[in-house]
Design a protein around this ligand. Structure first.
Ligand code: PLP
Length: 425
């Protein structure tokens, strides 16, 4: 029961008039705020300024003596592989450190699978009349964008508090050979903030699939992005897959985009030796090698895993107050109202907010009309279709705290206004 359902018609009308006045006052302020994308703020970017001058004219060789100024080394320099292997918890022969974007690695993997198949494929995926992917939702819009762009049919999968609904996943993959993969953001998920439980990881690794070349695209983008001193723990998918007899099922990705610089970080993929050998061969058709100087810069600047962890604590110190501000404004105004519910993430970049069914699009449109850009409603679902029109992804990191508070006040007002409007009709 929502707080509105208990109100008489006259009370609802009075409330609607008062909220409308407040909304008009907000509009008059002519705000121009953006809470739409999970980007670090400039204070966070400043943490990595040392990357810009940590190499000098004499420092361009990797640990094995290779001149990083020149072509070569498609799988990365040894010390970058060592560091990234620690991040993904794989062996140094189970990793490729590549360019600046993990999303590009994911996109290219799927294109390769379509054109040639992965090592466990009986034929290229494009030989099939249709290729399908499971999409736990709400999820990351750019994953869904890749599928849509490449003509892969998306099947939404429900979320539970432990990760994707594994009963649904197991049933689907057991009966349909066209289902070739599943998208997973397994830690501090985008946008739900969920970290997959051990049971979910083990079930994903062990489940029988009709497609012999079923792949798990394990986008561990937020693996080191904790907001508290008691981080979530995630089971290692590759180890679980090896134990379950499916070593080639796992493709694990990450990058330093939100550790150092988005767009100028280093990206990595971890997988079985068979998959890594195959990927390296494929990549050599695409490039003579990645930007090794940037890999060297990251090594000089962070040094090791401890250096990364120290950096992430500094990030958390900047962004945790922003998450806290959003949560405390929501708690202070909408808690127990029945008009919305929201996640309380302990890591990652997002808060996932659910309005009453049928309200999200209107809330986002109203906020935009008053000068606050939110992630488009629906974008956290395949094809931009949120079946209940209720999910909104909040990205608190980019705006300065005072602006963030203003944006949240407006958002809360828009939720109240839209819910009241809906109750009145
Ligand atoms: N994966 C997830 C889940 C993300 O949220 C993002 C960025 O927001 C990315 C990947 C992008 O990663 P990259 O910068 O390495 O391409």
């Amino acid at each position: 029961m929502t707080e509105l359902e208990t109100m008489a018609d006259s009370g609802l009308q009075q409330q609607y008039a008062a909220l409308s006045r407040q909304y008009d006052e907000f509009k008059a302020k002519k705000l121009k705020l953006d809470m739409s994308r999970g980007k670090p703020c400039s204070e966070q970017l400043d943490l990595s300024l040392g990357l810009l001058d940590c190499l000098d004219r004499t420092d361009y060789r990797s640990a094995d003596g290779v001149d990083c100024r020149n072509y070569g080394g498609v799988d990365g320099i040894p010390e970058a592989k060592e560091l990234c292997a620690q991040i993904l918890e794989v062996g140094t022969d189970e990793i490729i450190v590549h360019g600046n974007s993990s999303l590009a690695l994911m996109h290219d993997l799927i294109v390769r699978a379509l054109l040639h198949g992965v090592p466990s494929s009986p034929e290229p995926w494009k030989a099939l009349p249709v290729v399908k992917f499971l999409c736990p939702s709400p999820g990351y819009d750019r994953h869904f964008g890749i599928c849509e762009y490449l003509g892969i049919e998306m099947i939404p999968v429900r979320y539970t508090p432990e990760g994707p609904d594994m009963d649904q996943v197991e049933e689907l993959v057991a009966q349909d050979a066209a289902i070739k993969g599943i998208w997973c953001v397994p830690k501090y998920s985008n946008p739900t903030g969920i970290t997959y439980s051990d049971t979910v990881v083990n079930r994903l690794a062990a489940m029988p699939t009709k497609a012999p070349d079923f792949c798990i695209l394990w986008d561990n983008a937020y693996t080191v992005h904790h907001l508290t001193e008691t981080p979530d723990r995630l089971l290692n998918l590759l180890t679980a897959c090896k134990q379950a007899g499916h070593p080639d099922r796992a493709f694990m990705f990450s990058s330093t985009s939100k550790v150092s610089f988005p767009g100028a970080g280093i990206a990595m993929v971890g997988a079985s030796k068979t998959n890594i050998t195959w990927l390296k061969k494929q990549m050599l058709q695409q490039t003579i090698g990645p930007d090794k100087l940037n890999q060297l810069r990251h090594i000089r600047f962070f040094k090791n895993r401890v250096g990364i962890e120290m950096q992430m604590r500094k990030h958390a110190a900047i962004i945790k107050p922003k998450f806290d501000a959003v949560l405390s404004l929501l708690d202070g105004t909408l808690k127990d109202s029945g008009l919305a519910s929201w996640s309380r993430p302990v890591g990652g970049y997002f808060i996932s907010l659910n309005t009453l069914p049928g309200c999200a699009k209107k809330v986002v449109a109203k906020a935009a009309e008053a000068g606050v850009v939110l992630t488009a409603a629906g974008s956290t679902y395949p094809y931009g279709r949120d079946p209940e029109d209720k999910n909104i992804r909040l990205a608190p990191t980019l705006p300065p705290l005072p602006e963030l508070k203003q944006a949240m006040e407006l958002l809360i007002l828009c939720i109240r206004l839209t819910s009241t409007e809906q109750e009145m009709t």
